[in-house]
Every structure is written in structure tokens, then in C-alpha cells.
Design a protein around this ligand. Structure first.
Ligand code: ADP
Ligand code: MG
Ligand code: ZN
Length: 475
């Protein structure tokens, strides 16, 4: 039998607000445990939630970018369950009237993934398990951090499609400023719902839900593993049990966590502390009008407006901070194609050598723009400029200061170049003889010798001309 895999995703994304969704506590990551808590986010009796306006704004931005319909009226519900990371014993979420519905994401290759809904909710705390003492400690800092949950229809049929969707989602949300989407820090978390069915069948099989997927690689491996596991069961005539399974990175396998609860088990009911949310049409219109340029729109513009290649445009826009940096350099007057060459060449190399991410480029855009200007005007040659970039990269970026202090300005005085060329020829009689004997390569060697005498700072065209002239003369 030929089997087909069917996947639907539930993705939780932490919103980039400064404060939590229903109180003023900070959302910053990595603070000492239980220092960003108050009676509201820890659910003390009598504490009342107040909705964070910016969380709504970011969620609407995300919904619009994913092609959703934004509801003018939505509401919050309590999702009741007991777990040690949830001191309130309920999570405020949206079950009955979610903020956004019915979107679509084009993942390339002619495939579109439908978004069923996008809703707002609050995050739970975190349990830290200490294997030495066999104790679990609760950190409530994350309680009440705003989340959006994005639920797709079961439209994926392979791991590659899931990864393409997540990459696009991540890029979209980063461009919108909605979230930093760091899967390692947990600001993007994805649950995979997976079933298999005979190819061509239209009925859905029984699904399992996979959790604890800490990287895109883990997601892809878990999908492949779980599809195989289900197919083996069905081929042996055994049923797939609907359950939540945990991916174990070290064992490279999924294990049952619990049987899958139904919505009834959570006893959802409208939160009596929060009034329904009414959004004004004018506010929604103003948000729609102010949507920022998306990565693929930028990439298209770089090609049409600035003549960059499709590959270069895609690489530059593949990370928002890199695109921002590139545009800042262009804004400061650098010719776009030159700027692209420097950013994709020397700059990425310098970042890579230091293990830095694009959001942490130490060199100010103005320094790179200045360097490009000096090359364009002939004040520095390209190789020297590359050396200067390396030297000032993490030292403040004082290009002019460095060039002056090290006497690196390009040598474009013909007399100085000619003098160096004469000296080089005199010092290398063998090369001269080789050239006379018809070995063309000898000229390249002599040019290199002249450059070396001028510390690599000479205008290459001038050096070439001087060597040509002297070789003619020596005939
Ligand atoms: P629950 O409320 O139990 O989480 P939902 O109906 O909200 O269930 O679906 C959760 C996710 O599971 C959605 O992304 C949906 O597309 C996906 N899904 C539902 N049924 C199946 C199935 N049989 N196979 C694969 N994915 C499924
Ligand atoms: Mg669900
Ligand atoms: Zn709080």
C-alpha cells in the first residue's frame, strides 16, 4: 500500500512586547527566576487582568500578513488545567471568538497552506528539572508573556513543506517586528499533528501530536520518524492511538506523553474578568496601511530598482538585520551593487570569522559607506580597503583615522610608481629574461613585486602601465 502523510501545525510565538499581556511585568528573557512576577501573572485571588494594547496590535499585524480576516469583535476564554508551571490553574486564551481566521501562506512550489485561525493567549511558566537532586523547580517569569497561536489546516504532506512554512513564518514575523522567533529560546514553538492515510484517500487518519521540538532539524526528523511509526502500525493491522507524543532528541524517537485531551476536558468558558474586545475599523485600516515591506517584496525591489541578482537579493533579505544594514549603507550614498558586494563578501566573512549574527554587526553602516566611497574615488585600492575593514571592524569603525594613522592612502603618483617599477625590474633580472623569452606570466610576477614595494597601496592600473612601459623600453 502507498501511504500519504498529513500534517497540521500549531505554532506558538512570543510577541515582542516589553511587558506581559495582562500586567506590567517585564517579558525579557533570561532574568533570575521569579523576578518578573506579580499577583496578576501568578493568579493571586482578586488580581485583575488588563489587556496589553500592543499585544493586540502585533497579533493583528501578524494576522494581516498571513492573509487572515481580523474579527472586529473577539473575546477571551479560560482554558482550565492544573500543572505546576501554571499557578493560576487556567490559561487565558481564545477558543470561541479568535482574533483572526482563514489566512493562507504561499510556501513556494505552487503550494499554499491554509491558516485556520490565529489567536492571542498567555504563556505558562517553566519547570527546571535538576537531574542531580531529582527536583523540579518552577520559574514563573514566563507566566503571562503574550503569545499568538497560529493553527493551520492539515495541508502539509512532508517535512520539507513544514520547514518551508516555518522559515517563511519566521521571516514574516521578524520583518513585522512581531517576534524574534528564536526557537532555541522558545519564542517560537511548534507542535506537529500528524496522521497517515492510503494515498488518494480523502478521509483523515487518526493523528498524534508531537511536542518538544527544539529545532527545525528536530521537527524534520520527528516527522519522518512518526510517519514511519504509524505506517508500520497500520501495516501490521494495529491502530494508531490518538495521543500526545514527546520527541526525544537523544533517542531519535517519539514517546507517548499523555492521551490527547478534548476541548471538553478543559472546561473552557468566557473569562469573566475581561470584556469582549471590539476593534475599530479605522484602527484596523491604519494598521493595514502601515504594514512594513516583507522580505520577498524587498528582494524583488532590490532586483528591479538596483539591478541586484536574484541570489544576492535573497541572501540580503534572508535576515532582516542584514537587509536593514545594507539599506543603511545605500542610504549613506554607496552604489547599491557595490554595497551588496561588500556586505555579502567582506562583511559576512568578518561576521562569520567572529561567530556573530547579523543583528550584532559591530561596524557602523557609515564606516562601510565611507570605505566604499574611498574605493570609488580611488583614494584606497580594493585590497587595502578590505584590510582596513578587517582592522576597524570591531574597533569603532574609524576608517579615516586608521587610513591616516597607517599611511594607507592609495599611491597614485606616477613618478613614485615608476621608481618602484624600475627597482623591481633591476632586482629581478630572471623575470625580465623570462619575459623576453616569451613567458607572459613573468609580467604578472613583476607587477606583484612592484605592488609589494609600495605596500600594496598603489593604483593597480598605474602599476600595470609602468611595468608595460619599462618592459617595452628593455626590448
Ligand atoms: P485540537 O483542538 O485537538 O488541538 P484542532 O482541530 O485544533 O485540534 O487541530 C489541531 C491541529 O491538528 C490543526 O493544525 C489541524 O490541522 C491538525 N489536524 C487535525 N486533524 C488532523 C489529522 N487527522 N491529521 C493531521 N493533522 C490534523
Ligand atoms: Mg489545538
Ligand atoms: Zn505580572
Amino acid at each position: 500500500m502507498i501511504w500519504e502523510t498529513v500534517i497540521g501545525l500549531e505554532t506558538h510565538v512570543e510577541l515582542a512586547t516589553r511587558t506581559k499581556i495582562f500586567c506590567g511585568c517585564s517579558t525579557s528573557f533570561g532574568a533570575p527566576p521569579n523576578t518578573h512576577c506579580c499577583p496578576v501573572c501568578t493568579g493571586m485571588p482578586g488580581a485583575l487582568p488588563v489587556l496589553n494594547r500592543r499585544a493586540v496590535l502585533l497579533a493583528v499585524r501578524a494576522g494581516l500578513a498571513l492573509g487572515c480576516t481580523v474579527s472586529r469583535r473577539c473575546a477571551f476564554d479560560r482554558n482550565n488545567y492544573f500543572y505546576p508551571d501554571l499557578p493560576k490553574a487556567y490559561q487565558i486564551s481564545q477558543l470561541y471568538l479568535p482574533l483572526c481566521r482563514d489566512g493562507a501562506v504561499d510556501i513556494g512550489g505552487g503550494k499554499t497552506i491554509r491558516i485556520a485561525e490565529l489567536h492571542l493567549e498567555e504563556d505558562a511558566g517553566k519547570l527546571v528539572h535538576d537531574p542531580w537532586t531529582e527536583q523540579s523547580l518552577a520559574d514563573f517569569n514566563r507566566c503571562g508573556v503574550p503569545l499568538i497561536e497560529i493553527v493551520t489546516r492539515p495541508d502539509f504532506s512532508a517535512a520539507e513543506e513544514v520547514i518551508a512554512y516555518l522559515e517563511k513564518l519566521k521571516l514574516t514575523l521578524q520583518y513585522l517586528g512581531v517576534s524574534d522567533c528564536k526557537i532555541q529560546e522558545g519564542s517560537l514553538r511548534c507542535d506537529v499533528n500528524l496522521s497517515v492515510r492510503p494515498a488518494g484517500s480523502r478521509e483523515l487518519g487518526t493523528r498524534t501530536e508531537l511536542k518538544n521540538l527544539g529545532s527545525f532539524k528536530a521537527i524534520a526528523r520527528a516527522i519522518d520518524y512518526e510517519a514511519r511509526r504509524q505506517i508500520e502500525l497500520l501495516e501490521e493491522g494495529r491502530p494508531v492511538v490518538q495521543q500526545t507524543r514527546r520527541w526525544d532528541e537523544n533517542k531519535d524517537a517519539t514517546f507517548p506523553m499523555r492521551s490527547k485531551e478534548n476541548a471538553q476536558d478543559y472546561r473552557y468558558f468566557p473569562d469573566p474578568d475581561l470584556p469582549p474586545l471590539e476593534l475599530e475599523e479605522a484602527w484596523l485600516d491604519s494598521l493595514a496601511a502601515a504594514q512594513p515591506e516583507m522580505a520577498w517584496e524587498k528582494a524583488a525591489r532590490y532586483q528591479t530598482q538596483w539591478g541586484l541578482s536574484a541570489d544576492d537579493a535573497r541572501t540580503l533579505t534572508g535576515r532582516k538585520p542584514l537587509a536593514d544594514y545594507f539599506e543603511a549603507v545605500v542610504e549613506l550614498g554607496a552604489p547599491p551593487r557595490r554595497a551588496a558586494g561588500w556586505v555579502l563578501g567582506q562583511l559576512l566573512a568578518a561576521l562569520g570569522a567572529r561567530g556573530l549574527e547579523a543583528e550584532h554587526i559591530p561596524l557602523p553602516p557609515a564606516a562601510l559607506a565611507r570605505l566604499i566611497h574611498l574605493v570609488e574615488t580611488g583614494a584606497l585600492n580594493r585590497n587595502t580597503a578590505a584590510r582596513v575593514l578587517e582592522a576597524v571592524f570591531d574597533a569603532g569603525g574609524d576608517v579615516d583615522g586608521y587610513v591616516a594613522a597607517h599611511g594607507l592612502g592609495q599611491i597614485s603618483d606616477p613618478a613614485a610608481v615608476e621608481e618602484a617599477a624600475r627597482a623591481a625590474l633591476a632586482a629581478n633580472p630572471k623575470a625580465l629574461a623570462d619575459w623576453r623569452a616569451g613567458k607572459g606570466k613573468a609580467k604578472g610576477f613583476l607587477v606583484g613585486q612592484v605592488m609589494a614595494r609600495l605596500q600594496g597601496r598603489a593604483d593597480p592600473a598605474l602599476v600595470n602601465r609602468a611595468v608595460d612601459a619599462l618592459l617595452e623600453e628593455s626590448k
